[in-house]
Design a protein around this ligand. Structure first.
Ligand code: FAQ
Length: 312
């Protein structure tokens, strides 16, 4: 006779996805709401540093591509919030927690976008890091999250390639453009590595998340994969990596890299990064300005329900 726990464990063990109506441990549900909610918030807050450049993109083509990319990120946020709702989370509650600083979003979006090259760097390095993490999540144990990731990864791949192409144009441009590209790499390299989270021996959620197959690879494994993928791309662009300790280990096939500044990482996720205040203020304003839309939609939905009841 199978207990609910055994059924759940069996599904996880045999890579059968867990679906919204299945029984699941409370802690599994809670950790998924935390991760999916924070992931959704990252997509939505991630629109801000890029949105900052829509009016200043250097050509019409770049502007059209950037607009499409930012819209894609909004869509990703919506898929993720919907996936969190299948677990019983409330979207308004998640939004209010974000604004109150009680839910996190990716550290990377607390850095400023000072030049056009930063937009290229976000597409190439930030989306590149996001893909490494998200390709693994396409096989995560919770069905709605895994399925959302499949579509998101397709769009992120386009983002990554357009970012690399924009960077390539700058790297092959005038000396000023090349210097701008290098400056963006210098500022975004380490924060991109931090996106994968703390080292494995300092990652409190990893053991449970890996046992439940929410995470299939550890933070350090994914970070290493990103470094291995990206170093050759930096070199191909004729740019350098701001890490004097970077070496290629011929035995393991890995690029070994220097120590991440964890004090900086923990300060940023505690709300003390260069743009945390600005990002949350932008979300607070959007939330308050959008209240009339939410209220109108709620009244409309209520009226539809009353009409449907009358007609029945
Ligand atoms: N930033 O125990 P762990 C994108 C927190 S999408 C902020 O290792 P976990 C698309 C963590 O929440 C980018 N906080 O945690 C785009 C935990 O705190 P908590 C977002 C971080 O969950 C591109 C604490 O530290 N992607 O970029 C970060 O097992 C361009 C301890 O950490 C995802 O969210 C961080 N970097 O592993 C959009 C992917 N790292 O919650 C626009 C899904 C860790 O206990 C433009 N998420 N923390 O208070 C994941 O894979 C995992 O949640 C990790 C963290 C790997 C991020």
């Amino acid at each position: 006779m199978n207990t609910q726990v055994e059924l759940f464990d069996n599904k996880v063990e045999n890579d059968i996805s867990i679906e919204p109506k299945d029984w699941m441990p409370d802690a599994y549900r809670k950790t998924l709401i935390r991760q999916i909610g924070q992931h959704g918030h990252s997509e939505v807050v991630g629109m801000l540093p890029e949105g900052n450049w829509i009016t200043r993109a250097p050509t019409l083509k770049r502007k059209a591509v950037l607009l499409a990319k930012v819209q894609d990120e909004a869509g990703h946020g919506l898929y993720l919030y919907s996936a969190a709702e299948t677990l019983g989370a409330d979207r308004d509650d998640m939004m209010e927690k974000l604004i109150a600083g009680r839910m996190k979003y990716s550290s990377i979006f607390n850095y400023p976008t000072l030049t056009w090259a930063d937009i290229a760097a976000i597409g190439w390095l930030v989306d590149g890091a996001a893909i490494v993490n998200q390709v693994a999540l396409c096989r995560t144990s919770y069905g709605p999250y895994a399925r959302a990731m499949v579509r998101i990864c397709k769009e992120e791949s386009f983002h990554q390639r357009q970012g690399f192409e924009a960077m390539m144009v700058l790297a092959n441009g005038t000396p000023e453009q090349k210097a701008m590209a290098q400056d963006a790499v210098d500022r975004f390299w380490w924060p991109a590595l931090m996106m994968f989270g703390p080292n494995d021996d300092n990652s409190p959620n990893s053991a449970a998340s890996m046992a439940w197959k929410i995470k299939l690879f550890s933070n350090d494994e994914l970070r290493q994969k990103f470094v291995n993928n990206t170093v050759p791309q930096v070199l191909q662009l004729g740019l350098t990596i701001p890490d004097k300790d970077l070496t290629f280990n011929e035995e393991t096939g890995n690029y070994e890299f220097g120590e991440i500044n964890w004090d900086e990482f923990f300060a940023v996720i505690a709300g003390k990064g260069p743009c945390n205040h600005e990002r949350i203020e932008a979300r607070r304003k959007a939330w308050e300005d959008g209240k009339w839309v939410r209220d109108s939609a709620a009244v409309y939905a209520q009226k539809q329900q009353v009409n449907a009841q009358k007609a029945a």
